[in-house]
Design a protein around this ligand. Structure first.
Ligand code: PEP
Ligand code: MN
Length: 342
């Protein structure tokens, strides 16, 4: 339930609505908006009777929120969430953001070379895993804290913002200290204990869709982050499992368009993990931007053959630059510029 206040309502009237909600044993979430305040009602297990608010001074209307997720829904908040990064780039606005970098941070040389090329190509955010959730325990697990320090150094050198994955509470605290965006991976989408912690760290989060998560499960996972107090949350469609392994996963382009309708949170697309094959990454990225993605996150490596993870899907820097040029044209066709560094 959302209690929408009249535009001329007073703070005392808003307070009275909050008290009415609390007296029903529920939680009130006042949300100042551009034009008028709305008060969200949380904690109800069944429908709340709108009549309880009708006729209260200052109340314009009481609207039931039908979706199982509340705070992430467009019903709850109509205006798009804008995530402003320290390097001046905003995610979720008219501009489409390009994030690029290696699957994993491997060495200073590898990361700096990649970061320079991402920036030259027109990317504005650098990706690179320091904590890697690998399918095999014998595969490269990441450089950990050393990797985070290298990412921070690359940010200083290039002006790119930094996104990197956290895999547990300990790494999440370290990532929040070093990076601009905390990535929560597909394998952790339903790690609710982790979501509750990361929602309190105050850093923007990119939540990847689980390997076989429904859109509703994905949005409910994001709801955990908002319920823990975080506003700067973006979703990432990274492909879902199907019966056919010819492509690593299936990029759910419809989910990108649908998520843009269902929620006010920015939607990112990851064509690298969705396709798993270098030659399919740029076409999938183009489709994602055409479908309305607010950002793409793409793996690139100066020497993919030597990559310690996901080399088969890494674009060469030149091919990454070509892809960015194509994305700029596609974004322009739907009246969206690509974000640039100031
Ligand atoms: C990654 O971004 O390198 C990664 C492990 O992604 P996902 O969680 O989507 O598999
Ligand atoms: Mn990867």
């Amino acid at each position: 339930m959302l209690v929408v206040m009249r535009h001329d309502s007073t703070p005392a009237e808003v307070e009275a609505v909050c008290e009415r909600i609390t007296s029903l044993g529920l939680t009130a979430r006042p949300m100042p908006g551009g034009e008028r305040v709305a008060v969200g009602v949380l904690g109800n297990h069944g429908p709340v009777d709108p009549a309880r608010f009708h006729g209260m001074p200052g109340v314009a209307e009481a609207i039931p929120v039908s979706a199982p997720y509340k705070q992430v829904s467009r019903e709850w908040r109509h205006d798009q969430t804008l995530i402003r990064l320290d390097n001046g780039v905003t995610i979720g606005g008219p501009e489409v953001v390009v994030m690029g970098g290696p699957c994993a941070v491997e060495s200073e040389d590898q990361l700096m070379r990649t970061a320079e090329r991402v920036r030259e190509a027109g990317g504005t955010v650098l990706r690179g895993g320091a904590f890697k959730p690998r399918t095999s325990p014998y595969a490269f697990q990441g450089l950990g804290l050393e990797g985070l320090k290298l990412l921070a150094k690359a940010r200083e050198r290039t002006g790119l913002a930094v996104i990197t994955e956290a895999i547990d509470e300990e790494s999440a605290r370290m990532v929040a200290d070093h990076a601009d965006i905390v990535q929560l991976g597909a394998r952790n989408m339903q790690n609710y204990a982790l979501l509750k912690v990361v929602g309190t760290l105050g850093r923007p989060v990119m939540l990847k869709r689980g390997l076989s998560a429904t859109i509703s499960e994905w949005l409910l996972a994001a709801e955990y982050l908002l319920d823990a107090g975080l506003h700067d949350v973006m979703l990432c469609e990274r492909g879902i499992r199907s019966f056919d392994a010819a492509t690593r996963n299936v990029l759910d382009v419809g989910a990108i368009a649908l998520a843009r309708n269902l929620t006010h949170l920015p939607v990112v697309a990851d064509p690298s993990h969705a396709t798993g094959r270098r030659e399919l990454v740029a076409p999938a990225a183009r489709a994602a931007v055409a479908a309305g993605a607010d950002a793409v996150i793409v793996e690139t490596h100066p020497e993919p053959a030597k990559a310690l993870s996901d080399g088969q899907q890494a674009l060469l820097p030149d091919d990454f630059a070509t892809m960015v040029r194509q994305l700029r044209a596609i974004a322009a066709s739907i009246d969206r510029p690509l974000a640039t560094l100031p």
